[in-house]
Design a protein around this ligand. Structure first.
Ligand SMILES: O=P(O)(O)OC[C@H]1O[C@H](O[C@H]2O[C@H](CO)[C@@H](O)[C@H](O)[C@H]2O)[C@H](O)[C@@H](O)[C@@H]1O
Length: 266
C-alpha cells in the first residue's frame, strides 16, 4: 500500500487542489517567494513564481501576500492585481489601491520615526541600513561585521524598549513596532473572517511568520477553518520554530515554487 500512496506534499495539498473555490493561499514574500538578497532593493520574485501566483489567483478563493515590507513594496514585488496585500507585518493593508495603517498603531508613529532617525545617526555610519517603513522600523545588518550586527540588535532592543515599542529579530534585520495587537496572525484572521475559506495555508520563513502559523491553528480550533496548513521554509538563518511548528517543511524558495506548482496543477 505504501508504494501507491501519493507523496506527503501531494496528500497535504489535496484539499486545496480539489476545492480551490473554498481555499486560501497566504504567503510571506522575502525568503519565501523572493530569494534573500544582500539588500532589500535587490530582492525579486522570480518570473515563474509570479506566473504561478497569477494562475492561482484566478482559480482559488484568495491569494494574499502578507509581508514585513511596506505594502506598496509588497505590491510591487509580487506585481499582481488579483492578490490581496498586507504590509508592515500586518500593520497595513491595501484597500482600493490605498494603504491603510491600523488605527491603534497611529499614536506610535512619532516614536517609530524617532527610533529610525536615531538608528540612522548611530548605526548608519557603521554600515547598517535603516529602511524607511513609517509604522515599523527595520535596521538591516546583513552586510556588516558580526560585532556591528550585535550592536544593531542591542541598540534597537534598548531604544525600542525605552520608547515602548516591541522588538523582533529576523534574518539579518532587527525591527521595532508599536506594542498593539497587530501582526501577521491578525492579518490572517482578518482575511479568514472576510473571505470565509474552508481551508487556508500560510508559507513563511522567518520570526514574524510564526504569528501567522499560530493564528491558523487557533482559527481551526475555533472552527472557523476546517483545515489549515503551515508551510515552513527551512533556511540556516530562520528561527527553529519555522521548522518545528510547520506541517510541511520545504527547502528555500525553490521548495515554495514546488508547492505553488502542485497547487496549480489542475
Ligand atoms: O515578511 P517578509 O515579506 O519576509 O519581510 C521581512 C523583511 O524582508 C526584507 O528584509 C529581508 O529581505 C532582504 C532582501 O532579501 C534582506 O536583504 C534582509 O536581510 C531580510 O531581512 C525587508 O527589507 C524588511 O522590511 C522586511 O521586514
Amino acid at each position: 500500500m505504501g508504494a501507491d500512496r501519493p507523496p506527503r506534499k501531494e496528500r497535504l495539498l489535496h484539499g486545496w487542489r480539489e476545492d480551490p473555490g473554498s481555499s486560501a493561499i497566504l504567503t510571506d514574500i522575502d525568503g519565501t517567494l523572493a530569494p534573500i538578497a544582500p539588500t532589500p532593493d535587490a530582492a525579486r520574485v522570480p518570473g515563474e513564481t509570479r506566473e504561478l501566483l497569477e494562475r492561482l489567483s484566478r482559480r482559488y478563493l484568495l491569494v494574499a501576500g502578507i509581508s514585513g515590507r511596506k505594502t506598496e513594496e509588497a505590491r510591487e514585488l509580487i506585481g499582481l492585481d488579483g492578490v490581496v496585500y498586507f504590509g508592515n507585518h500586518g500593520f497595513e493593508k491595501l484597500v482600493d489601491g490605498r494603504v491603510e495603517i491600523i488605527p491603534e498603531a497611529r499614536p506610535y508613529l512619532e516614536r517609530v520615526q524617532e527610533l529610525e532617525e536615531m538608528a540612522r545617526r548611530e548605526l548608519g555610519p557603521l554600515g547598517a541600513f535603516v529602511e524607511e517603513k513609517v509604522i515599523t522600523a527595520s535596521v538591516h545588518y546583513r552586510n556588516v561585521p558580526r560585532e556591528v550586527g550585535e550592536r544593531c540588535v542591542d541598540f534597537v532592543r534598548r531604544e525600542g524598549e525605552r520608547l515602548g515599542l516591541r522588538v523582533t529579530v529576523g534574518r539579518g534585520v532587527v525591527e521595532a513596532r508599536p506594542p498593539v495587537r497587530a501582526d501577521k496572525g491578525t492579518a490572517v484572521r482578518a482575511l479568514v473572517e472576510e473571505y470565509r475559506p474552508r481551508r487556508a495555508l500560510f508559507m513563511g520563513d522567518d520570526t514574524t511568520d510564526l504569528d501567522a502559523f499560530r493564528e491558523l491553528e487557533r482559527l481551526r480550533e475555533e472552527g472557523l477553518l476546517e483545515e489549515m496548513l503551515r508551510v515552513g521554509v527551512a533556511s540556516e538563518e530562520g528561527p527553529p520554530g519555522i521548522v518545528a511548528e510547520a506541517d510541511l517543511v520545504v527547502e528555500g524558495v525553490e521548495g515554495v515554487a514546488d508547492v505553488l506548482r502542485e497547487l496549480a496543477s489542475f
